[in-house]
Ligand binder design. Structure first.
Ligand SMILES: Nc1ncnc2c1ncn2[C@@H]1O[C@H](COP(=O)(O)OP(=O)(O)O)[C@@H](O)[C@H]1O
Ligand SMILES: [Mg+2]
Length: 317
């Protein structure tokens, strides 16, 4: 459904998307995950032909995004980051207007509008002005807009952004339901969301793909890594230096200091046991310790691990 090769976007010398390549098969729900500024929206805009690419190739539903952009647009339903809606139109009127704009005939657009409203739970509010709707309902109007012309592919840019937990759950259920009939590419920075809805996750950071796998595998890969937390009294620098030199240590960072106690978080390779070694050094060097624990990683750790480099970790803390 989507075939991307070395796609690149540069804004005035700044690379927002850096030679990314990936494929999305028909019927897949793929999550595009990454911190703010990772290049998610830029990628989605290029794939939906709202933004031209600087370099690379991509095809959507069998059509080249450069040569056949009109055909691509016809087959893609796009819900942008901040859904632009005509606030002084009524829900049904707006959706019908959008269906007509997307090239549907009058009768066809009426039937399609009813169906989209039904799918998105908007039938009860069809006569309401959009400006009287809650944010959750407006997102649903945005979704209904994206799918009204029955596109092969739905591209949703942070569809649950700004919603409360109940609304998030409703929109998430809706997306999962839509996944039965559409191929979906959805961007988000909410980990839980991809874990619940997506069959595959592509993690993007600084314009590059850091991982592409099922949420389960990503977690498993990370669970294999270990985190050790240590608290030492006084300045942590000397201890950090010793720990950094140990085998199997991937990164060492100092997190908080409270009342003279500094916490050091250590990331290790899979199946590495370093607590004993730390304890022995602590005894030899007479460090005062009040915590030495081995923790297991979460999907959040996976994300942080893949998207923040060591240098940043230190300066951010
Ligand atoms: N129109 C633009 N002009 C210049 N830089 C931009 C523009 N749009 C986005 N960028 C930059 O490109 C990078 C990626 O942005 P974006 O794709 O919006 O990321 P995301 O959606 O993952 O938060 C950011 O560094 C952003 O500042
Ligand atoms: Mg974005």
């Amino acid at each position: 459904m989507i075939h991307v090769t070395n796609l690149t976007k540069r804004y005035a010398g700044r690379t927002a998307v850096d030679e990314i390549s990936f494929d999305v098969g028909r019927g897949e729900i793929v999550g595009f995950l990454g911190p703010n500024g990772a290049g998610k929206s830029t990628t989605l805009r290029m794939l939906t032909c709202y933004l031209s690419a600087t370099e690379g190739r991509a095809s959507v539903a069998g059509f080249d995004i450069f040569k056949d952009s009109i055909k691509v647009r016809k087959r893609v339903g796009y819900m942008p980051e901040n859904v632009p809606l005509y606030l002084d139109m009524r829900v049904k009127e707006y959706l019908q207007f959008r269906a007509r704009l997307k090239g549907m005939g009058y009768r066809e657009s009426r039937a399609a509008t009813d169906e989209a409203m039904d799918t998105c739970g908007l039938t009860d509010v069809q006569r309401k002005m959009i400006n009287t709707l809650s944010k959750g309902y407006r997102q649903r109007v945005g979704l209904a807009d994206a799918l009204v012309n029955k596109p092969d592919l739905l591209v949703l840019d942070e569809p649950t952004n700004g919603l409360d937990p109940n609304q998030i759950r409703q929109v998430r259920d809706l997306i999962r339901q839509l996944g039965e009939r559409h191929t979906i590419l959805i961007s988000t920075h909410i980990l839980h969301e991809v874990e619940m809805t997506c069959g595959r996750v592509i993690i993007l950071d600084k314009g590059q793909i850091k991982a592409s796998d099922t949420p389960q595998n990503l977690v498993r890969r990370l669970r294999a890594l270990g985190t050790v937390s240590v608290q030492v009294k006084g300045s942590p620098e000397a201890a950090m230096k010793e720990i950094e030199a140990m085998t199997g240590v991937r990164s060492v960072k100092h997190t908080i200091t409270r009342q003279d106690w500094a916490r050091i978080e250590i990331e290790t390779e899979a199946n590495t046991e370093i607590c004993e070694e730390i304890f022995q050094i602590a005894v030899a060097k007479k460090w005062k310790l009040r915590e030495l624990v081995q923790k297991t990683a979460s999907l959040e750790d996976a994300f942080v691990n893949l998207t923040i480099n060591k240098k940043e970790k230190k300066s951010d803390d």
